[in-house]
Write a protein that binds this ligand. Structure first.
Ligand code: SF4
Length: 580
């Protein structure tokens, strides 16, 4: 009967759609075969009558909605749409090998691989890695020193996202560098452009006597989740996620788009008592906003799932027409927190767990000097040593030296912090003095004044095209001037940032400076300078600093900061009274 016969399809009798015909033509010519895995219509942005599918579908649909509404996509969205950066590697690679600078579109695409062409500041690339929870092995750290020496300016910077950056990379070495980074088991993928940035976590995770939870596994899980899911790349704008384990050193999670903060939930509130994450969202301190508390608590094991759902709502609704309004904060502000959270619940497929603020025990206090010097670990007989780095800069020889110290005298790991420095962990107490002496022998310090310990600066115009001033140099000048003149006995943060992107978070520091071109004289002449803010804070003291000086010349900044500090010392009621 008919059922026993093999059914054959005569291709000529089938009415294929245009899209399907193109698909078949690909097999005939061999041209499309490499794209089969992306699914029909996968990256076929904007083709008539086709429903986007595949990993880029949600992005393409969001772009299509903008176009259908008659608005204009920003250039960066057009670059993504024309050629997805992760499809462009062979072409970009060939282009870089010619040593020519990239086009603006390709400069944007390279950022998906962590490479930034930084003209006009320099005619070279900068490269930023991603290091989950900021922790890397001694051989990876030494390996980065070797790469930086061979292919970059021979130094590294520790960034305010507990990450490494290398600079002064001639275009022809850019690909060798990022492939070399991967040879070390590290990566730079997605550390720039509209992607989820380096995942930060408490730097003393697993060794901190007061932590509620070890953030490493959660930061790591989220890190690999992002890296292995292309649909989570190419967001409307950059996106930050941080995990705080309630240790001594702040990770500034409330400056992130998603802030997971370990918290002790008390008994008697209808939920399982114990350690959960509290969820904060929408932080972006460059725009003067901390992550807002949601009243939601998340089981640590569900953190990745929750972050994934939040990011996917952001992909659908983030602004793709105006870069200044493209961050998560603006989606939340636009529709209201509750509506936003309802959409996230829809993606998740279940409701969040909510508790009143009184269900949460207060966070154990920060020790604002715990990132510098010797501190006892929770493991009997072991200490971590915080090494001070001058505004985050470290030479290749120093890196190899620290790697050797970590290998020989520590547990073999180096832990970067958002305070632009690093820790060597797992040092046996009897070896602490030897390790400190070895660190000093390579020209680094394990002690710092309160001024030096909290002095943070972004890259500045020595390497970033957005900067209006040479932030790192001016930060060093402020430290050099104030340190011998002001004896300050309370923790203090002085943050110096080069532009409104606020990589050095000037709004949340005791004293924050943002670079500005300061007019001088009658003509249009300007000099490098700053607007100075004071009174910002983080954690329980979270606050946005207020402008105190407008158009301060850089050369006057050290003396101005000195005066401010002296005024604080003269007028405070007690040493417990924080700055302003
Ligand atoms: Fe560049 Fe601005 Fe970031 Fe400084 S704050 S590194 S100037 S983007």
């Amino acid at each position: 009967g008919a059922s026993s016969r093999t059914m054959k399809i005569d291709p000529l009798s089938v009415d294929f759609t245009d899209e399907q015909k193109r698909y078949l033509e690909g097999f005939a010519t061999g041209l499309q075969i490499s794209k089969v895995g992306r699914g029909l219509g996968g990256a076929s942005a904007g083709k008539a009558n086709t429903e986007p599918s595949g990993p880029d579908a949600a992005h393409i649909k969001a772009q299509d909605r903008v176009i259908a509404s008659g608005k204009k996509l920003v250039d960066q969205e057009k670059f993504k749409r024309e050629e997805h950066p992760f499809d462009a590697y062979p072409r970009l690679k060939q282009q870089a090998l010619t040593n020519a600078p990239p086009s603006p579109a390709d400069n944007f695409r390279w950022r998906y691989y962590g490479l930034f062409y930084v003209a006009p500041a320099q005619d070279s690339y900068m490269c930023r890695l991603r290091i989950p929870n900021g922790i890397l092995k001694h051989w990876q750290f030494a390996g980065m020193a070797d790469l930086a020496e061979r292919y970059c300016g021979p130094f590294c910077h520790v960034t305010t996202r507990a990450n490494l950056q290398v600079r002064e990379i001639p275009p022809k070495h850019a690909v060798t560098l990022i492939e070399g980074i991967q040879d070390l088991g590290l990566c730079s993928r997605g550390s720039g452009a509209d992607n989820i940035r380096n995942v930060t976590g408490t730097p003393t995770a697993g060794i901190d006597p007061q932590e509620l939870l070890d953030t490493r596994e959660y930061a790591r899980e989220w890190h690999y989740h992002i890296l292995n899911d292309r649909s989570l790349t190419g967001l409307p704008r950059k996106f930050n996620v941080a995990f705080d384990g309630a240790g001594k050193i702040a990770v500034l999670e409330d400056t992130n788009d998603i802030a997971f903060a370990a918290v002790e939930v008390k008994d008697g509130f209808g939920v399982e008592p114990g350690v959960w994450f509290s969820l904060g969202i929408g932080g972006i301190t460059g725009h003067k906003d901390f992550a807002k508390s949601t009243g939601i608590i998340v089981k640590p094991v569900d953190a990745t799932k929750v972050a994934d759902a939040i990011v996917r709502v952001f992909i659908d609704l983030g602004d793709r027409t105006n870069r200044l309004k493209a961050r998560l904060k603006y989606v939340i502000d636009g529709m209201g927190m509750e509506k936003f959270l309802n959409l996230v619940e829809e993606k998740l497929g279940h409701a969040f767990t909510r508790v009143p603020p009184e269900a949460l025990s207060p966070r154990p206090a920060f020790d604002r000097m715990a990132h510098i010097g010797v501190h006892r670990q929770k493991q009997e007989g072991l200490s971590w040593i915080g090494v001070a780095l001058p505004v985050g800069k470290i030479t290749c020889d120093q890196m190899r030296g620290l790697a050797k110290i970590a290998r020989d005298l520590g547990d073999g790991e180096l832990r970067l912090t958002v305070w632009q420095n690093l820790l060597i962990s797992g040092v046996r107490n009897e070896n602490v003095a030897l390790a400190v002496a070895a660190i000093e022998a390579i020209g680094l310090a394990t002690k710092a004044s309160q001024i030096r310990a909290g002095l943070i600066a972004c890259t500045g115009n020595a390497g970033c095209k957005f900067a209006a001033s040479d932030t790192k140099r001016h930060a060093a000048a402020i430290g050099d001037w104030c340190e011998p003149r002001v004896e300050i006995d309370t923790p203090l943060n002085i943050h110096i940032t080069g532009c409104h992107h606020s990589c050095a978070q000037h709004y949340i520091s005791d004293i924050g400076l943002i670079a500005a071109k300061v007019p001088v004289g009658e003509s249009d002449d300007t000099v490098e300078g700053y607007h100075l803010f004071a009174g910002g804070g983080f954690g329980p003291h979270a606050d946005v600093g207020q402008e105190v000086f407008h158009d301060l010349k850089a050369e006057d900044a050290p003396k101005t900061v000195e005066r401010l500090l002296k005024a604080y010392l003269a007028h405070r009621a007690s040493p417990d009274e924080t700055f302003l």
